[in-house]
Design a binder for this molecule. Structure first.
Ligand SMILES: C[S@@+](CC[C@H](N)C(=O)[O-])C[C@H]1O[C@@H](n2cnc3c(N)ncnc32)[C@H](O)[C@@H]1O
Length: 262
């Protein structure tokens, strides 16, 4: 069946849709995106790395990656001496992470959990982050932000990257000439793909105000919002992202927010 947009509330059990899709497609996704590397922390399709942007604390601390996928970012952080835990809803992605841990000799805990119900105690981590994980696959950011707030220690950092909210109004094309608004910005309909069994893939657009209000309501103080430019040196396209479109519009939104110290 054709991809379509549908009211978010009409997508039954988004967590189970995500778990099934990412487990069934883990191998193919990783093969299609070799630029993710095995030990590499990339914040988005532009290719900016944590080494370039320095968003997380450099001083070794307790770090949790949520929606980690094959945990390339966690592996890079572990190689720098951080105490890392990686979590994901997809058992298939966690198996891929396990294989890469064996291949690289860099080991850390890999935990099966959804971002909105994590098996960690309160204040367990100094930093929680994700690079394009989890948030696009849940309709409501509120429960996820509340859960991240809970597992962070006071003063801790929550940093994440997502598809830039403006992207959803345009066609999924990497060419600037195709940048014609085709969907209303605030409609918040889920992008869905279906097969005979029902919904096989679902992504949920969130607006900039969904992010900012969701963080504030969960108790976070926002430190910084980044809309990184497409680097001149990156000629690669990745789905609807690429240098042509990237010269006109940001592809990624990166947010850093803090659980207040008291
Ligand atoms: C685009 S990948 C991001 C991982 C990695 N940084 C990358 O770029 O490949 C999205 C990941 O989010 C995970 N995910 C989706 N919904 C989730 C949820 N509710 N809780 C935790 N992880 C989730 C998927 O299983 C997938 O591994």
């Amino acid at each position: 069946m054709e991809p379509a947009f549908r009211p978010s509330a009409d997508v039954p059990d988004p967590q189970s849709v995500a778990e099934k899709w990412w487990s069934a497609n883990a191998e193919q996704y990783l093969a299609e995106h070799p630029s993710l590397g095995d030990v590499r922390f990339q914040w988005g399709p532009e290719g900016w790395t944590e080494e370039d942007l320095q968003i997380l604390p450099a001083v070794p601390g307790r770090i949790l990656e949520v929606g980690a996928g094959a945990a390339q970012c966690s592996r890079w952080l572990a190689s720098k001496g951080h105490n890392v835990t990686a979590s994901d809803i997809s058992k298939g992605m966690l198996s891929a992470a396990e294989l890469l841990n064996e291949k690289t000799g860099i080991a850390f805990p890999l935990i099966h959990s959804s971002i909105d119900a994590m098996p960690f105690g309160d204040s367990s981590f100094d930093t929680v982050f994700t690079s394009f994980g989890a948030l696009s696959f849940i309709p409501d950011l509120g429960p996820a932000f509340a859960e991240v707030f809970r597992v962070l220690s006071p003063g801790g950092l929550w940093a994440y990257s997502v598809t830039h909210p403006f992207s959803w109004v345009f066609p999924d094309s990497p060419y600037a000439d195709d940048l014609k608004v085709i969907r209303p910005y605030g409609k918040r309909e889920a992008y869905v793909e279906s097969d005979r069994a029902g919904t096989s893939y679902a992504e949920f657009p969130h607006t900039l105000s969904d992010h900012i209000n969701g963080l504030v309501r969960a108790g976070f103080a926002i430190d910084d919002i980044l809309e990184p430019a497409w680097p001149v040196a990156n000629a690669e396209t990745w789905g609807g992202w690429g240098p042509d479109r990237g010269a006109m519009l940001p592809s990624t939104l990166i947010v850093s927010a803090r659980r207040p110290a008291s």
